[in-house]
Design a protein around this ligand. Sequence first.
Ligand SMILES: Nc1ncnc2c1ncn2[C@@H]1O[C@H](COP(=O)(O)OP(=O)(O)O)[C@@H](O)[C@H]1O
Ligand SMILES: [Mg+2]
Length: 271
Amino acid sequence: MNSPAVELRGVRKAFRRRERESGAHWWKREWKDKVALHELDLTVDKGGVTGILGPNGSGKSTLIRILGTLLTPDAGRAFVFGWDVVDDALEVRRHVNRVSVEAAFFKELSPWENMVYAARLYGNTGGTRRRVVEILETLGLPRDVIDQPMKQLSRGQQQKVAIARSFLTAPSLLLMDEPTTGLDPRSKKEVQSVLESLRSQREITVLLCTHDMDEAAAMCDRVLMMDGGRVLADGTPGELSTRYDAPSLEDVFMHLTGKRLEAEEMEEVAP
Ligand SMILES: Nc1ncnc2c1ncn2[C@@H]1O[C@H](COP(=O)(O)OP(=O)(O)O)[C@@H](O)[C@H]1O
Ligand SMILES: [Mg+2]
């Protein structure tokens, strides 16, 4: 099959929510459409790590959720390896796995037990001890923590188990939604080293959402910069620096939007 890993054509997604007009009384709230993705066109070829960079609220998770069949587009179509995320959702799910910041585990159970549980959920009983241990060790998880309760692991280690779990189904497309956000520097490094090793695996395509520009510069073969539900720039980190004559990705973002990414760190809070 020669379809690209991801193809989006005119994908739009809006959320209805109640908002107060500026100047209106606090109790007067109107239903409004908040557009999370504006008619997005995008093609991602197989292999490599593609970064989706943008501040909070720029539409990264919405994009990831659409590709993971957790949300349906309001308009346009999205394909994963040629499968339509709406019409062929089951096929898409077989090829996709999502790792998010808040990975859900049974905290009292060990990584091994969580992995076996996941393997059974995915319908394969092939989660042999040796294979699971092998995956966990490839990710650099010390052998002795494999049988400890999850709650005793560092967040970086837990995140590694989440990544390992996503390998159980041999996903061809790995959707990583801010896998290092909120981790301490050491855990962050641990997860990044896993990402680094994924870069060389051409049979896996990774979409990595982050708002960490240095991480993106170091990890990604290609970077899409998003803001307000649109892709503002697309290229290798080097190309973007050259194109906008900006030494870092942070400067590229500044050039494009007139604002720093840091200033946007605050989560949008409903009034
Ligand atoms: N379930 C939802 N209900 C209402 N609004 C949402 C929902 N999910 C996302 N949004 C809004 O859509 C926009 C994009 O959000 P999101 O895709 O989560 O951005 P990011 O992952 O880049 O932070 C934001 O304005 C957010 O508030
Ligand atoms: Mg998000």
